[in-house]
Design a protein around this ligand. Structure first.
Ligand code: SF4
Length: 106
């Protein structure tokens, strides 16, 4: 599983949808990551390699109307970006992914 990076007004829209401040959203649901020197935000994971903080089994995405732009290009059950990175750029991560899959993180 994965989560999509936020872009444009995503943070503002998600905070408004959840009726919380952007600061609360960052603290409770988001993590800051470095994308090749560019600061980016994405939803946290409930556990390493697990589901996104906004994923609920019964309804899937609880922020569906305002989900991050990248989420509109893929879905929360399959993150094509991670597959891409796993295949081409994260050789050292392959063992980690293998372990995560074995312990049921995916
Ligand atoms: S679609 Fe929703 S639940 Fe799925 S990764 Fe994106 S924000 Fe999370």
């Amino acid at each position: 599983m994965g989560s999509g990076f936020l872009a444009g007004n995503d943070k503002k829209l998600i905070a408004k949808f959840l009726k919380i401040s952007e600061e609360q959203l960052e603290k409770s649901h988001l993590e800051k990551v470095d994308m090749n020197g560019v600061e980016a935000w994405r939803p946290k994971f409930k556990k390493p390699f697990g589901p996104c903080t906004f994923y609920k089994e019964e309804v899937h995405c609880i922020i569906h109307p305002v989900k991050p732009e990248l989420c509109r290009l893929a879905n929360c059950k399959h993150d094509a970006t991670q597959e891409f990175y796993k295949k081409y750029y994260q050789k050292e991560q392959k063992e980690l992914w293998k372990i995560a899959e074995e312990i049921g993180g995916k």
